[in-house]
Ligand binder design. Structure first.
Ligand SMILES: Nc1ncnc2c1ncn2[C@@H]1O[C@H](COP(=O)(O)OP(=O)(O)OP(=O)(O)O)[C@@H](O)[C@H]1O
Ligand SMILES: CC(=O)C(=O)O
Ligand SMILES: [K+]
Ligand SMILES: [Mg+2]
Length: 572
């Protein structure tokens, strides 16, 4: 069985199968449509079949049979199975457990001292890491360069497609390094000194440096000082020049470069702080480094408005060869919540950075803020990552995050410096699988409104095709959705629908493939393909069958952005 619908952009002929036109009534009556559509029997023209030199014209019902017979005749041995690239872990997972059990939620791991070695990175990749995050708050550029180089080597040598995300330091107030020890413990009642002095020689005991020159000026005696959003608390008891003496009121671990916020009468103090630029001079140098190294994502800390995102995007466009670095806005401040929609619209994705967000808004408001951000991102078709305190929240909830089907979950300290990075990843992966299965079994297809995001009629067609294809995939219980996509856009539109089956996304560009790694439910493949969908499908079937990733009889829906179309077929 194979049935096919094709949509052509306004400049092309529109040919639709009669018996399926009703499915697409919404797209054909959209208000921005300015030309007539004639509905007639559809036509597939094929001239790219390597086994046949004469172009064949096939028509609806019997045409279907003909495509299938031809596909089944294509010998698997005639194609080179190495000409399709897919993540080796996903491939093994698909072969062993089938389509349904592949994980849809993507996993981001922060790389630190616990995971920066080649074998450690490989263990994370085997454990399901899709994106490696390096945090420019910590470590030297040389250290980060070596991590990037190892991840790239891992991809080349071992067949992974781990993407790299660089996270800027931002210019919020934070502690300096601890001059030696990896961490320090502050006990109840102890007096610690926070200072903006620079020390050449060993600094006095219980002394913490602060990166913000205005610090001593801005705080007042009686203020509460929160380290990392409340992991440790102090009360300001005395100011002596550049030194601020504080008494520990809530003990805990002080980590290098921990974030500092100060509170007065129950509110966050942020007058001066708000004047600090989102992207500091050091951040710009780090961004230059990221562009040179060709990272896949740059995550911007403490974004306050869309303006900074637009500025960065044009900066990248002017400097990066293919300007294919995606900019992720980290939502972790009150200002970012205020300007949420414009920030997300300007960005290529967002991160709910719950560590700092929880330090800026009351902790009990974090879950609702998170839900709002995740929903908005889905509506605007931007990938969204939920970060920080994932495993901690499992103490109370069976799901680590209640992340409302975010695209990706992120490990921070657990993978950067924890003792059990692989275990943390395993827990996150199995919880993701369990919650995804539960969603499917409960048939919890969200009734979420997915508004039109496209600005042109062609884009609206793509959206309607993807919405319909995802719905069809659920109703027909197909095994997989296939999408042939040049820029990744069409794949993202399918991912946004969160269909029950996995989405095989075929793209010819390596960097697009790596970027798609952040999107929910997508299995990105690198494959060069032509404008001829029939030959694309023939080739894909042969290649995937040769690799044991699909088998005859599997039911597939294929969509493509080269020839806006939906096709339903069994693998021959
Ligand atoms: N490259 C690194 N070198 C050393 N330690 C690191 C590195 N990256 C992360 N860490 C450690 O892991 C902890 C958690 O990492 P994470 O990236 O979540 O940073 P963070 O300091 O909490 O800040 P942010 O708000 O930017 O995420 C850090 O506090 C730090 O102690
Ligand atoms: C990830 C991050 O920056 C945060 O949670 O604050
Ligand atoms: K950061
Ligand atoms: Mg943060």
């Amino acid at each position: 069985m194979s049935q096919s619908l094709h949509f052509f952009t306004p400049s092309s002929n529109i040919t639709l199968p009669k018996h399926h036109s009703s499915l697409f009534t919404p797209s054909l009556t959209t208000s921005n449509r300015r030309f007539p559509v004639t509905t007639k029997h559809f036509t597939i023209k094929s001239n790219a079949s390597s086994s046949s030199s004469d172009p064949k014209v096939l028509t609806t019902d019997n045409g279907t049979a003909e495509i299938l017979s031809r596909v089944s005749q294509t010998p698997a041995s005639s194609t080179d199975s190495s000409s399709i690239e897919v993540d080796s872990v996903t491939e093994a997972e698909l072969k062993e457990n089938g389509f349904r059990s592949t994980r849809r939620t993507k996993l981001v791991c922060t790389i630190g001292p616990a995971t920066c070695g080649f074998e450690q990175l490989e263990a994370l990749a085997v454990g399901g890491m899709n994106v490696a995050r390096i945090n420019m708050c910590h470590g030297t550029r040389e250290w980060h360069r070596r991590v990037i180089e190892r991840v790239r080597r891992l991809n080349e040598e071992k067949g992974f497609a781990v993407a790299i995300m660089m996270d800027t330091e931002g210019s919020e107030i934070h502690m300096g390094d601890l001059s030696g020890p990896p961490s320090a413990r502050a006990e109840d009642g102890e007096i610690w000194t926070f200072t903006v002095r620079a020390f050449d020689s060993p600094r006095p005991e219980r002394t913490i440096t602060v990166n913000y020159d205005g610090f001593a000026e801005d705080v007042k005696v009686g203020d509460e000082l929160l380290v990392d959003g409340g992991m440790v608390r102090f009360e300001v008891i005395e100011k002596i020049g550049p030194d601020v003496k504080c008494r520990c009121t809530d003990p805990g671990l002080l980590l290098p470069r921990a974030n500092l916020t100060f509170w007065r009468d129950g509110s966050l103090v942020r007058e001066r702080n708000a004047m600090l630029p989102t992207i500091s001079p050091k951040d710009w140098l780090d961004i230059d480094f990221g562009i040179t190294e060709g990272v896949d994502f740059i995550a911007i800390s403490f974004v306050k408005s869309a303006e900074v995102i637009n500025h960065l995007k044009s900066y990248i466009a002017a400097r990066s060869r293919d300007s294919d670095i995606a900019v992720i806005a980290k939502i972790e401040s009150i200002d970012s919540l205020k300007n949420l929609e414009e920030i997300i619209l300007a960005s290529d994705g967002a991160m709910v950075a719950r560590g700092d967000l929880g330090a800026q808004i009351p902790l009990e408001q974090v879950p609702s803020a998170q839900q709002k951000i995740v929903q908005l991102c889905r509506q605007l078709n931007k990938p969204v990552i939920v970060a920080s305190q994932l495993l901690e929240s499992m103490i109370e909830y069976p799901t680590p995050t209640r992340a409302e089907r975010a695209d990706a979950l992120m490990l921070s300290g657990e993978s950067a410096m924890g003792q059990f990075p692989d275990k943390a990843l395993t827990v996150l992966r199995s919880v993701s699988l369990r919650i995804e299965k539960w969603w499917r079994e409960e048939k919890r297809h969200e009734a979420m409104e997915l508004p039109d995001v496209g600005s042109s009629f062609a884009e609206s067609i793509s959206e309607e095709i993807c919405n319909s294809a995802a719905k069809m995939a659920n109703n027909l219980e197909v095994d997989a959705l296939f999408v042939y996509t040049k820029t990744g856009h069409m794949a993202s539109l399918l991912s946004r629908c969160r269909p029950d089956c996995p989405i095989f996304a075929f793209t010819s560009t390596t960097s697009v493939r790596r970027r798609l790694n952040l999107r929910w439910g997508l299995i990105p493949f690198r494959l060069s393909f032509s404008d001829d969908m029939e030959s694309n499908l023939n080739r894909t079937f042969s290649l995937l069958k040769a690799r044991g990733m699909i088998k005859s009889g599997d039911l597939v829906i294929a969509v493509s952005d080269v020839l806006q179309s939906i096709q339903v077929m069994n693998v021959p």
